[in-house]
Unconditional design. Structure first.
Length: 124
């Protein structure tokens, strides 16, 4: 597992060497045409949170705070599932996937970046 990297991507990104990656869904759904290796169930944000953001009820800061609170609350469960994912991936790079594309000016706002940071911070 030493050579493994963890990356994030949208389902719509152009993948190079997709076969050498372990593709992990971190969204509530995925495109029918996209094949994945695993769903990271414990790390998927609740639909209510996503819906509130999409409807403009909450902003990026509120969304981020809510999702980070969720990650902390379920930290043990999430980290346990993460260990399983790493074991299954073997030496392949892990890509955390969701629908959100990178936005204009390459500003990256998506829960997968928060999850990536969380895993980097707490992974042992």
């Amino acid at each position: 597992m030493i050579n493994m990297k963890v990356k994030t991507a949208s389902y719509f990104d152009n993948f190079k060497n997709k076969n050498n990656c372990y593709l992990v869904q971190v969204s509530n759904s995925k495109p029918k045409w996209f094949n994945i290796d695993r769903i990271f169930k414990s790390a998927i944000p609740k639909w209510e949170l996503i819906d509130n953001y999409k409807k403009g009820i909450i902003n990026q800061i509120e969304y981020s705070k809510s999702y980070i609170d969720y990650l902390k609350k379920y930290k043990n469960r999430i980290l346990k599932e993460w260990q399983e994912i790493k074991k299954e991936a073997k030496n392949k790079d892990i890509i955390l996937l969701c629908w959100e594309k990178d936005t204009l000016n390459n500003i990256k706002f998506c829960h997968r970046y928060l999850l990536h940071s969380f895993l980097h911070l707490y992974d042992s």
